[in-house]
Design a protein around this ligand. Structure first.
Ligand SMILES: [Zn+2]
Ligand SMILES: [Zn+2]
Length: 144
């Protein structure tokens, strides 16, 4: 019992440290970058633990996750007022929150229609941001 309590306490502390480090970053970060930040902060935690903790935080709805152009997962704390969806630049990793009201309404309607509860969803939007976009001749798609 004692051992278990100690393990739990350690897990709680590591979880808090990971969350704190996440909040300190202002953008999406990889598990490796987070691990490096924790280590630089003097927090002794293994990369495996960081990965496991992030998975738990994602499952618990505390953290949003996106994938960059190479398929690597990037994490960011979820705001208190609910989850967000982001579009991530494949070139530089810039992330912007996007309006997803339509998606939320659609998911709610589907859930209602099929009689499912606790329907979760993942939306991944990637693109190339304004800064990274090579100059294209006028009239070819995106406007300035
Ligand atoms: Zn970019
Ligand atoms: Zn959503």
């Amino acid at each position: 019992m004692h051992e278990r309590t100690r393990a739990e306490w350690r897990a709680t502390r590591q979880r808090a440290a990971v969350l704190r480090a996440l909040h300190a970053c202002d953008t999406f970060v990889s598990a490796q970058a987070l691990h490096a930040a924790l280590t630089a902060d003097g927090v002794t935690v293994g990369l495996t633990t960081v990965y496991r903790t992030l998975r738990l935080l994602v499952a618990g709805g505390h953290v949003d996750v996106v994938r960059d152009g190479d398929g690597e997962r990037l994490y960011r704390p979820r705001p208190d007022d609910g989850h967000r969806h982001y579009v991530v630049c494949r070139e530089c990793g810039l992330s912007l929150a996007v309006d997803s009201e339509e998606v939320e309404r659609w998911v709610a309607r589907i859930a209602r229609d099929i009689g499912f509860h606790a329907v979760d969803h993942t939306v991944e939007l990637t693109g190339v941001c304004e800064r990274c976009r090579p100059d294209v001749p006028a009239g070819r798609g995106a406007h300035r």
